[in-house]
Design a protein around this ligand. Structure first.
Ligand code: FEO
Length: 169
C-alpha cells in the first residue's frame, strides 16, 4: 500500500499534467489564430504528450491499488501579447512541473518508497528534455525580437521540434 502523502502528491501531479494538456492546447489555439502553423504543430504535439504523462501516473496509481482522484481542471490563459509571451508561459510551466516532480522524488526517499522513486525517474528525464526544448525556442524568439521574417523561419523549424524525443518508458 502506498504512503498516503505520496499518493496525494501523485494525484496532484496527475491533475497538473492534465492542466498542462489544457495549457498547451490553449497556446496551440493562440498560434493557430496567428497563422503560425509550425508553433501550432509543436504545441499540439506537446499537448498530446501531456495526456501520456498524466495517464502514466493514472496507471501507476491503479497498479499500486491506490485511488485515482480526478479534480477540476482550471481554465488556462487564452491570450498572450506575443509568441514570446506564450512560450515564456510554457517554459515557466515546465519549470514548475520539474519542481513538483523533484518534490515527490524527495518525499519517496524520505518514506523509503523506492518503487515510486524509480517510477519517477522517467519523469525526471522527461522534464529535463521538456525544459530544454521550451528554452531553446524561447531563446530563439528573444534573438529574433520583432523581425517577422525571423519569426516565419523559426515557425518552419519548430514544426518538428520534439518529434521522437520521448524517453523510453
Ligand atoms: Fe508533463 Fe511537459 O511535462
Amino acid at each position: 500500500m502506498m504512503n498516503e502523502k505520496v499518493l496525494l502528491m501523485l494525484n496532484e501531479q496527475m491533475n497538473r499534467e492534465f492542466y498542462s494538456w489544457y495549457l498547451y492546447l490553449s497556446v496551440a489555439s493562440y498560434f493557430s489564430g496567428l497563422d503560425l502553423e509550425g508553433f501550432e504543430q509543436w504545441t499540439r504535439r506537446q499537448a498530446e504528450e501531456e495526456t501520456v504523462h498524466a495517464m502514466k501516473i493514472y496507471n501507476y496509481i491503479l497498479e499500486r491499488n491506490g485511488d485515482v482522484v480526478l479534480s477540476k481542471i482550471p481554465a488556462p490563459t487564452q491570450k498572450w501579447n506575443s509568441p514570446l509571451e506564450a512560450v515564456e508561459a510554457v517554459y515557466s510551466h515546465e519549470c514548475e512541473l520539474t519542481g513538483r516532480i523533484n518534490n515527490i522524488v524527495r518525499l519517496t526517499r524520505e518514506v523509503d518508497d523506492y518503487t515510486t522513486e524509480v517510477f519517477l525517474h522517467w519523469f525526471v528525464t522527461e522534464q529535463r528534455e521538456e525544459e530544454a526544448m521550451a528554452n531553446r525556442v524561447l531563446q530563439k524568439l528573444k534573438m529574433i525580437g520583432s523581425d517577422m521574417s525571423g519569426l516565419l523561419m523559426l515557425d518552419a523549424q519548430v514544426a518538428t521540434v520534439g518529434q521522437a524525443q520521448e524517453p523510453a518508458p
